[in-house]
Design a protein around this ligand. Structure first.
Ligand SMILES: [Zn+2]
Length: 148
């Protein structure tokens, strides 16, 4: 399980929502305040529920992500990084190495030096199958880019 913070919001969460696989296993669970209830990449309207206010406080933007390392990498690239596809070299969305190359090219093209450096390091870690470190670095980078 990977921990992510997809907002830089100082509030405690009031709501939670999640996605599950057809077998019932959790894919991810998100906690948010009222203002961040509808984050574009993390919106599952059918199951938003209010948290019990007497329960332990959770910060807004906390995500427990239960996906595999490669699937989490793809969710970063397709989510907050908003990396599209390049028509001169289309890459399948399941090809994490190809999508990381797309992300590096995108970050370089859009002059996001810090993101390009992070993606280069994530690529090195992923190729060494150091998925926990790759995903942790992406989570740190995501939080720096997250809405407040
Ligand atoms: Zn919030």
């Amino acid at each position: 399980m990977h921990v992510r913070h997809v907002t830089n919001c100082p509030n405690d969460a009031e709501y939670t929502t999640h996605r599950r696989r057809t077998n019932g296993a959790l894919i991810w669970q998100l906690y948010t305040c009222r203002r961040h209830r509808r984050l574009p990449d993390w919106h599952a309207p059918s199951n938003v529920r209010r948290l019990d206010p007497s329960g332990p406080p959770q910060p807004c933007g906390l995500v427990y992500d239960h996906r595999s390392g490669p699937d989490v990498v793809l969710s970063h690239i397709n989510g907050w990084m908003t990396v599209g596809t390049w028509t001169d070299a289309p890459v399948a969305n399941t090809d994490w190495a190809g999508r990381l190359r797309d992300a590096h090219r995108f970050a370089t093209y859009t002059r996001q030096k810090e993101l390009a450096a992070a993606v280069a390091e994530v690529t090195r870690l992923a190729e060494a199958e150091a998925w926990d470190q790759a995903v942790a670095l992406l989570a740190e980078t995501e939080t720096r880019h997250a809405p407040s």
